[in-house]
Write a protein of this length. Structure first.
Lengths: 177, 899
């Protein structure tokens, strides 16, 4: 992997310590969706909707590690920008006020993370990826389909958070080294 | 053989050529394009629109021209619609989408879409997707209704099951309508929770679809109550029960049959402008949601239901030391015309006081009796004076700080200590000092000389002053505190003269509880200004604390943060008089008793008294007592209680009675309210009284023996002196002799005998037993008593041995108690030495006295040598056959010079 000569801004590095955790409201969100969504082995087909048009977090590990810093950061940036829009939409359509508050609070953290990734990429001299598709173009979905989509948004979010936490720790070590 | 080989070669060449051809074809661009097609088809719906998304297969990347996708819509397996989608080379690799709106509701029958690619002359096979759906979607149902849901299956999919979560199979019934349609009839008996209820249709292989069902109730609204706040509108409140359709289909509220929505759930109040007049009216609220509608009404005269808004803009005007004026405004002008009651809540460091104020359009209040130099926090609420309905909410809080003032009078007391009078006063609290204390001034004078005042200043951080006063007369001490605003009014105390009679009161005991003393006393007519209770630890120096009690009160609960458990306190009650305080009573006690530590008893010792054992100790000092001692208990071994105890706390001994011989461990404990404690032990052994007697006798004997020995030694060592004192020297007789020695005059001790002369001295020889053969039995020990002047010690005779003399009876000097065992005794004598030797040593060697019979026979037969004596034994009495034969002869002894 090519090491950048540019040192990132300390603030950007600081933000790379991963502050987000999905656990607090993951279970309440699944409870809100109701059974079978909160059952352990339930896995409905992943809808091919705009809300889920994000890079998959399921790329094989060796392939993922083989990518350059820039490519990985770009994928992170793209994934979180899509997920942020999706979680906002999820919050908007949620009928439970407490869950809505939790989701919107999480969006704030996600927005901060996205800003940190952008700042890091800019500091390292990487070009930012183009903004993701406009969510308002989505066709109307029935409530059950929205639940399935919400389920997958949460699942993708969880996968990305796990991956990013490892990525950023690795990146931090490399940049500090 | 050659032919076979030729054929094989040809076949091999053919195979190689085929392989090369196929390889060339496989790598050819045109071949790849022909296999280009669609993948990952997803068919979804929205309303009556169906939406298809798909991707290109990887081989499509080789396409360099427009790629056409052909789409066919099948409704109930009949072709209904055909369409084409053109994909340019730059769109290859992205996800493509297409939609179409059916003229039929999708619930009516199955809708499928099939898709294939066409490039130049090549057309891919069809790729078909059917819309799997559950109907109806997102509908609202009332709890208690029976509903049928249906599931439409795509082609090639097997129906699994259809169900609602949370419902048992008894409530559900699944039926097959056609090959591709199944229905589920369910009795809805529970409302949806959180979100909609999921209706699931499970299909194989692994396709799941579902629908949302909102199951709930029509609006449930109760407790409608209407009022007015501004006298221009009605405001109604109600309580609302969750209908389980909270936001998807919110309940809408209409007031007074108005078509305008007044509120939506979850709101529970709304208002509407009305003409407020003094008459009763019905106030109607209509609540409706997708499942139904309810109406409620409340009858009220709104002029009697005025719920005021709180005062606005509360401010503190003209803040003084002890009063303040508050003002506020009303946002509703009509309030200025109403008769109002307002409450001012005065918060004084957490302590709330409420004052009420009345008036028409009341918008100010004056607060009195405030503490100078003090911060207050106030809030105000109001209501109409007539037809009380509700208080307004509290206004916002307002803080103000009063101006300073002179300090309050000090609380002064006195303490007599080491011939000094200590005037002491309590530290003025912040609400008493009214500003920073700069100093204290103390003046004092004799009561008889009031005009001559002594004066001194005390620093602000000191709160007492020690004065060396003449204690035989009364003094008046006055203390004032001074701050920037001036001096406090003086506090005076009269120091009594030290007349011992005045302070003589009995001290009683008091028991504390819960960290305090509850003290009571008899009322005293002299207590014109009340009572003073002061307290201090009984021992050691202390700073006295006190409490002043009003005259009508004769009890007090004494508490101090300085109180400690296990410490003895003295509490004194004084009568406050116009003159010096008078001591009324004194008590001692513990605010909380603590167990006394072990080893309480000092100089702990015991003494046996016959069969009793008395244990004694030093009187116990108060310092050792961390609890009130009520008595003492004596334990013997293993805490086995014995009835040896006393209830006298002054006791210094306990006696264990009627004990037996043995070793005991005596433990004495003090009895207190917190149990027995302060254990001190001693181990002792009780001896027999006989043992003591024997011991006493032995000791006495040993003492006597010792004394005798001492006397003997002394006598022996000073024998000469004693002898000369007791027996003075007697002049020696002068002998006139014409003997063969030719000595005319000579002294006995100067006359030397030759050995031969000595040999002439006859000896008494006594033999017994078998003297003939010279053997003497041990029992019949022969003794030789010989006269041995000048060192002659009965040596064996060698020169001449006369024939033995046999005595019929003993003629030897006998001493009573002479032991029969063999021993040698020498008694020095100037005139002769008596040497006693066991006969057996010499029986065969020298002439000796052989004792043939018992010594009794000769006990009185031997006389010392004051005379020559002939012992004659009647021979006839002698048994001729007796082995003992004694021959008596003369024994000539020189006269002792001492005699």
């Amino acid at each position: 992997m090519q090491r950048s000569r540019v040192r990132p801004h300390p603030a950007a590095l600081c933000c790379m310590s991963f502050p987000l955790s999905l656990t607090p409201f993951m279970s309440s969100a699944l409870t809100y969706l109701g059974p079978p969504f909160n059952e352990k082995d339930f896995s409905p087909p992943r809808p091919n909707s705009t809300a889920l048009s994000l890079p998959s977090a399921a790329t094989r590990l060796e392939l993922w590690h083989g990518l350059e810093n820039q490519a990985r950061l770009a994928q992170n940036q793209k994934a979180y920008s899509v997920l942020l829009a999706a979680v906002r939409e999820l919050a908007r359509s949620t009928l439970c006020p407490a869950l809505k508050t939790s989701l919107l609070h999480f969006c704030t953290g996600l927005d901060g993370l996205l800003g940190s990734i952008s700042a890091l990429m800019t500091t390292l001299g990487y070009a930012l990826p183009p903004p993701s598709a406009n969510m308002e173009m989505r066709p109307t979905m029935n409530d059950f389909a929205k639940k399935v989509e919400g389920f997958w948004i949460l699942r993708e979010l969880q996968s990305w958070l796990w991956r990013s936490a490892k990525d950023f720790n690795r990146l931090k070590k490399r940049l500090r080294g | 053989m050659v032919l076979v080989k030729g054929i094989m070669m040809i076949l091999w060449l053919l195979l190689v050529s085929l392989f090369c051809k196929s390889t060339q074809d496989g790598n050819g661009q045109e071949s790849g394009v022909l296999h280009c097609g669609s993948q990952n088809l997803k068919l979804t719906s929205s309303g009556q629109m169906i939406l298809l998304t798909w991707e290109d297969t990887p081989l499509c990347s080789a396409v360099q021209d427009v790629l056409i996708y052909e789409l066919e819509v099948l409704i109930a397996d009949n072709k209904e619609h055909y369409d084409e989608v053109a994909v340019t080379p730059d769109q290859i690799g992205s996800t493509h989408s297409w939609n179409w709106t059916s003229y039929l509701a999708l619930e009516c029958t199955s809708h499928s879409v099939r898709l294939r690619s066409r490039y130049k002359n090549y057309t891919s096979p069809w790729n078909q997707e059917t819309l799997p759906e559950v109907y109806p979607k997102d509908k609202h149902f009332k709890v208690g209704s029976t509903v049928t849901f249906c599931c439409v299956l795509p082609a090639g999919v097997v129906f699994g099951k259809m169900y609602l979560y949370g419902y048992s199979s008894a409530d559900m019934n699944t039926t097959r309508i056609s090959n591709q349609t199944y229905a589920l009839t369910v009795h809805l008996n529970q409302a949806s929770s959180n979100s909609c209820t999921n209706v699931i249709c499970e299909l194989y292989p692994s396709v799941e679809n579902g629908a949302c069902a909102y199951i709930g109730y029509p609006p449930i609204v109760t407790d409608l109550q209407c009022e007015t706040r501004d006298l221009q509108s009605v405001e109604c409140h109600w309580t609302y029960k969750d209908s389980s359709l909270p936001f998807k289909s919110p309940t809408e509220y209409h007031l007074l049959e108005s078509p305008t929505i007044c509120a939506k759930s979850p709101e529970t109040s709304c208002s509407q402008t009305v003409q407020v007049d003094a008459r009763e009216r019905n106030w109607t609220l209509t609540a409706s949601n997708s499942l139904g509608e309810v109406k409620l009404s409340d009858t009220a005269d709104l002029t009697k239901r005025v719920h005021m808004y709180p005062p606005e803009g509360v401010t503190a005007l003209s803040v003084n030391a002890r009063n303040v004026s508050l003002e506020w405004k009303w946002t509703v002008q009509q309030y200025y015309n109403l008769s109002l009651i307002c409450q001012v809540n005065i918060n004084n460091h957490g302590e709330n006081t409420i004052s009420e104020h009345f008036g028409v359009g009341l918008n100010f209040a004056v607060l009195n009796d405030l503490i100078p130099n003090w911060t207050y926090n106030v809030e105000i609420r109001c209501r109409t004076a007539q037809h009380f309905w509700k208080w307004s909410t509290w206004s916002t809080n307002v803080n103000f700080h009063t101006k300073g003032d002179v300090p309050d009078a000090l609380d002064v007391w006195m303490q007599v200590m080491d011939n000094q009078i200590i005037t002491i006063w309590k530290v003025p609290l912040a609400n008493q000092s009214h500003g920073h204390i700069e100093d204290y001034e103390v003046t004092w004078t004799k009561t008889t000389e009031r005009e001559r005042r002594n004066r001194t200043k005390v620093a602000p951080n000191n709160y007492s002053l020690a004065l060396s006063l003449d204690t035989t007369v009364e003094h008046i001490v006055t203390v004032t505190a001074r701050n920037i605003h001036g001096s406090s009014s003086p506090s005076t105390i009269t120091i009594p003269s030290s007349n011992p009679d005045r302070t003589r009161v009995n001290t009683s005991l008091i028991i504390g509880s819960n960290g305090s003393f509850n003290l009571s006393w008899s009322a005293s007519p002299t207590a014109s200004c009340g009572y003073i209770v002061d307290w201090c630890p009984t021992l050691g120096k202390c700073t006295v604390e006190w409490l002043k009690v009003p005259p009508n009160q004769t009890n007090a609960s004494i508490f101090s943060k300085n109180f400690k458990d296990g410490l003895r306190y003295t509490l004194s009650v004084y009568a406050c008089t116009q003159g010096a305080p008078v001591l009324l009573q004194r008590s001692e006690g513990y605010v909380g008793e603590k167990k006394i530590q072990d080893g309480l008893f000092k100089s702990f010792k015991g003494q046996q008294q016959n069969w009793d054992y008395e244990l004694s100790w030093e009187p116990i000092s108060l310092r050792e007592q961390t609890a009130l001692i009520q008595g003492y208990v004596l334990y013997l071994d293993d805490n086995k209680k014995v009835n040896f105890s006393t209830d006298n706390p002054e006791a210094t001994s306990l006696t264990a009675r009627n004990l037996k011989i043995g070793s005991y461990k005596f433990t004495v404990k003090a009895r207190t309210a917190v149990g027995e404690c302060g254990a001190t032990s001693i181990t002792a052994t009780l001896n027999s009284l006989t043992d003591d007697l024997i011991k006493t006798v032995f000791i006495s004997l040993a003492t006597v023996l010792g004394l005798l020995s001492l006397i003997t030694i002394v006598c022996y060592r000073h024998w000469t002196c004693i002898k000369e004192t007791v027996y003075p020297p007697i002049p020696k007789p002068v002998l006139t002799s014409t003997g063969e020695h030719g000595c005319r005059h000579f002294q006995v001790d100067q006359c030397h005998y030759s050995e031969a002369d000595i040999m002439d001295v006859p000896e008494l020889y006594c033999s017994a037993g078998a003297p003939i053969n010279g053997l003497v039995s041990q029992e019949n020990m022969p003794f030789v008593f010989s006269q041995t002047p000048k060192g002659y010690y009965n040596q064996p005779l060698k020169k001449y041995i006369p024939p033995p003399l046999t005595l019929p009876s003993m003629a030897i000097p006998s001493q009573s108690g002479l032991p029969s065992s063999s021993f040698r005794s020498e008694f020095p004598n100037l005139s002769y030495n008596l040497i006693m030797q066991p006969g057996n040593q010499q029986s065969n060697l020298c002439p000796e006295l052989q004792e043939g019979t018992s010594l009794e026979r000769s006990s009185d037969g031997y006389q010392p040598h004051d005379q020559t004596e002939t012992l004659t034994t009647n021979q006839t009495e002698e048994d001729p056959d007796s082995p003992m034969s004694c021959v008596s002869t003369y024994i000539l002894l020189p006269q002792s010079s001492s005699r």
